[in-house]
Design a protein around this ligand. Structure first.
Ligand code: 13P
Ligand code: SF4
Length: 403
């Protein structure tokens, strides 16, 4: 694997790719994927050995047969061999909005991760069914906030402050439906990386403090951009024993405006200020844009930060010849490099940085769920229980209503 610093300077007019992954991930049969053992094994064996050509043909045929009955949504981090079939692609906010506003399709095949499919199920019309091609496509950040841990923290906050009435719970989209429901029931709201600032403004109009989970970095970066001091934010370490206030000092809690859950994204935590400095040294004049799930010092050292859709727009709007270093998942970076051959687009991390759970949506799974639909069989439906759905919808709709 080539290292960013050992490569020759970019050729004008050519996308300079920095590591093997930047050239795209080739489709190999499911059975040859090294991690297949931990993916959804329930997929019939007939799909295990299909090659790229067979998969492309079968997915294409099934899509054609289903026509407008099925819509395929693809998150920006999906692999190339999936995104090529997406009817709509976007960041998690745009895809949630799509699910809320487009009742035409009977089936929403969500090529993304579990929390995104849940959000689509919460927001779509009752006659629509949401399908996640690989049920093992989760999100490790979302898994860092469990319902019992959040409830325990909420109880402890109530005991410490004497009430939770002036604490507004805000959950990042990357969380379980049950936590969105918790926010809906407790005067709270959902946010995504594209509207976290607006959502925090909304929250501070209603309460004195925000309890933000699960991504500490998005919470800290957003709070800081709003002028909230780092000393007005306190970290809640959910791994600490119950009763220990998540390791926070009582006086730090008392002066806090944002209580940050100690969660993170392992893909975005890889980006560092050292990488940004190296990129700037190598390519003077380079612009650096990162996702706000990156650490605070990384976001501060970058020229811009925003959601996956923001990053795509940033690259699209940059002038020809621009050199742009990006701190986000490699499938998006690689796609942007290919789509903008007149610009030099590269990933800040010289080592591979894919989201391993997004990657689990292999085309064999897409072929399987689509061909099942053609036969009239729904497999891998994501169905949020009615009571959870009711409350979670409140929190999601509060977010969607913010202009
Ligand atoms: P976006 O909302 O920016 O698409 O981000 C989703 C995500 O999971 C980033 O890691
Ligand atoms: Fe979750 Fe990170 Fe993957 Fe986004 S990139 S889905 S936050 S693990």
């Amino acid at each position: 694997m080539a290292d960013l610093l050992t490569l020759t300077p970019p050729m004008p007019g050519a996308a300079q790719l920095q590591c093997e992954t930047d050239t795209g991930i080739a489709t190999i049969p499911l059975a040859d994927e090294v991690s297949f053992g931990s993916w959804q094994r329930g997929i019939p064996e007939a799909y295990w050995s299909l090659d790229a050509e067979e998969l492309t043909a079968r997915i294409g045929a099934a899509r054609k047969t289903l026509g407008t009955r099925a819509v395929i949504l693809g998150h920006h981090y999906q692999r190339e061999d999936i995104i090529e079939f997406a009817d709509e692609r976007g960041d998690s906010f745009a895809l949630a909005q799509y699910a809320a506003e487009r009742p035409e399709a009977e089936y929403i095949v969500f090529c993304g991760v579990h929390f995104m499919a849940e959000a689509a199920d919460i927001l779509c019309a009752p006659h629509q069914q949401v399908i996640l091609p690989n049920l093992e496509a989760g999100c490790s950040m979302s898994d860092m906030a469990s319902v019992p841990d959040v409830l325990q923290a909420w109880r402890e906050l109530g005991e410490h402050f004497g009430t939770t009435d002036d604490i507004i719970p805000v959950t990042y989209m990357n969380s379980a439906a049950a936590l969105k429901a918790f926010c809906g029931e407790h005067g709270g709201v959902v946010c995504t990386s594209s509207n976290a600032g607006k959502v925090l403004d909304w929250a501070f109009e209603r309460g004195k403090r925000v309890f933000f989970f699960p991504d500490q970095h998005l919470g800290r970066n957003t709070g800081h951009a709003m002028g909230i001091g780092l000393d007005e934010m306190v970290l809640w370490d959910w791994r600490r024993p119950a009763g220990s206030l998540g390791g926070a000092k009582p006086e730090a809690l008392d002066r806090s405006r944002i209580i940050l859950w100690q969660g993170h994204c392992s893909v975005h935590q890889r980006f560092s200020v050292t990488q940004i400095e190296a990129a700037r040294q190598r390519y003077p004049g380079a612009k650096i844009v990162v996702h706000p799930e990156c650490r605070h010092d990384v976001v501060q050292a970058a020229d811009a930060n925003g959601s996956t859709a923001y990053i795509a727009k940033y690259v699209a709007e940059a002038p020809a010849g621009a050199i742009i270093g990006i701190g986000t998942e490699i499938n998006l970076v690689s796609r942007l490099a290919k789509e903008h051959p007149d610009k030099t687009v590269f990933c800040l991390d010289p080592v591979v940085c894919p989201c391993s759970t997004m990657y689990r949506v292999h085309p064999a799974y897409l072929a399987w769920v689509l061909e099942s639909l053609v036969r009239g069989e729904v497999v891998n439906r994501i169905e949020v229980p009615a009571e959870t759905k009711r409350h979670a919808r409140v929190a999601l709709e509060r977010m969607l209503a913010l202009k």
